[in-house]
Each structure stands twice: as C-alpha cells, then as structure tokens.
Design a protein around this ligand. Structure first.
Ligand code: SF4
Length: 69
C-alpha cells in the first residue's frame, strides 16, 4: 500500500508519529519523514494515523495515487 503525505497541509501535529512510529518520524518542528511504501502489517496503523491527522494530510491507497508529486 502506498501513502503520500501532503506536506503543504501537514502542520507537524505528530498525531501520525504517535500512531504509526514505524512509518512516520518528525525531525525538528515541522520536517516530517515517512515511508511511502507501507508494509502489510502496518496498514492498520497507517489508517489510524490518516484518520487522526487534524488536517487530513495523510493520503492512503487510492487517495495517494491521485496526488502527483
Ligand atoms: S498528523 Fe498530519 S499534520 Fe501531524 S505530522 Fe502527521 S501528517 Fe503532519
């Protein structure tokens, strides 16, 4: 499963980092690093992270494929 984080929307709230620490990492205040290829066993975590993001910046699966980066 692929994900994309819309870094223009991301405000560094770090909800995703708490919910899926294997996939998201915050460097400093606002620099979010993430793994765009989500392993099967992390799917549940990433879906929770996407749901928890206050600005809906985490796009999963179909949503991610509509974003051109
Ligand atoms: S929860 Fe959303 S706004 Fe916060 S760091 Fe993650 S992607 Fe960015």
């Amino acid at each position: 499963m692929r994900i994309v984080v819309d870094l223009n929307r991301c405000q560094g709230y770090a909800q995703c980092v708490f919910l899926a620490p294997n996939l998201f990492e915050l460097h400093g205040e606002e620099a979010l690093l993430y793994n765009p290829e989500v392993p099967e066993d992390q799917l549940e975590h990433v879906q929770r992270a996407a749901a928890a993001c206050p600005v809906q910046a985490v796009l999963v699966g179909e949503e991610a494929s509509t974003v051109v980066q």
